[in-house]
Design a binder for this molecule. Structure first.
Ligand SMILES: N[C@@H](CCC(=O)N[C@@H](CS)C(=O)NCC(=O)O)C(=O)O
Length: 230
């Protein structure tokens, strides 16, 4: 790899940004991270980001790469990494499960946006259906594809990071009947690259973010915040 200095345009809580950070950390690539306020996007960012979303990887003055899956694969390839399988079918399977993780992130968004308790209950059921499918497809002890950490692990780790905060707010346990996912999530949470993807303020920031939602979970989160402040 040459001396390119990457800059990752980010947001403190974004799970897709975390995927890119994990890939950079796994590859030992130095980079600069700039967190922006997505509720008040800077003009330079609007010009830079084709879809107006983070993450964006600024490679040089003329080149930006967007979409977390593309950024992560690029980071892996540019450093001859091993974060994806080389055999086509194994690699296709990994990419498919990364899509599954993205789709499950939509369920997490629905969870904290659900208007009332019944809608919240419905989204919990949908999430648990996903967990069932995932649990049935976890065939290894350490990481998703075996002994080696891959981009599938990088895609799921930010998703699992939501759970302790969502459990604290809702009083519900999300992984109770899913022992394999539980164990995998614990392994991922302890991985250095995963830890480095967010700041030590993550839990507080996520709680504050959810407390601002006009939703069932938003109300519970704002009660919790008020109790903590009292
Ligand atoms: N498919 C995109 C999703 C990225 C995404 O949704 N980013 C969110 C923050 S987590 C964003 O930038 N939202 C701002 C907006 O949509 O205006 C990826 O994988 O990079």
């Amino acid at each position: 790899m040459d001396n390119t200095q990457f800059t990752l345009i980010s947001h403190a809580l974004c799970p897709y940004v975390q995927r890119a950070v994990i890939a950079l950390e796994e590859q030992g690539i130095t980079y600069k991270r700039i967190d922006i306020d997505l509720a008040n996007k800077p003009a330079w960012f609007k010009k830079l980001s084709p879809l107006g979303k983070v993450p964006v990887l600024v490679v040089d003055d003329d080149t930006v790469i967007f979409e977390s899956a593309v950024i992560s694969e690029y980071i892996n390839e540019v450093n001859q990494g091993q974060l994806l399988a080389s055999e086509p079918l194994a690699k296709a399977k990994q990419r498919a499960w990364i899509e599954f993780a993205s789709n499950t992130l939509n369920n997490i968004g629905q969870l904290y946006n659900a208007a009332d308790a019944p809608a919240f209950g419905d989204t919990v059921s949908q999430l648990k259906q996903k967990w069932q499918t995932l649990e049935a497809n976890l065939n290894h002890d350490s990481y998703f594809s075996g002994e080696d950490f891959s981009l599938v692990d990088a895609a799921f780790a930010p998703l699992f990071r939501y759970l302790p905060v969502l459990e604290k707010i809702s009083g519900q346990s999300f992984l109770q009947h899913f022992p394999k996912i539980n164990k995998w999530a614990d392994t991922l949470n302890q991985r250095a690259s995963v830890k480095k993807a967010v700041s030590s303020q993550y839990h507080t920031q996520l709680l504050a973010f959810i407390a601002k939602r006009d939703s069932h979970l938003g109300q519970l989160a704002s009660q919790l915040t008020n109790e903590q402040a009292a």
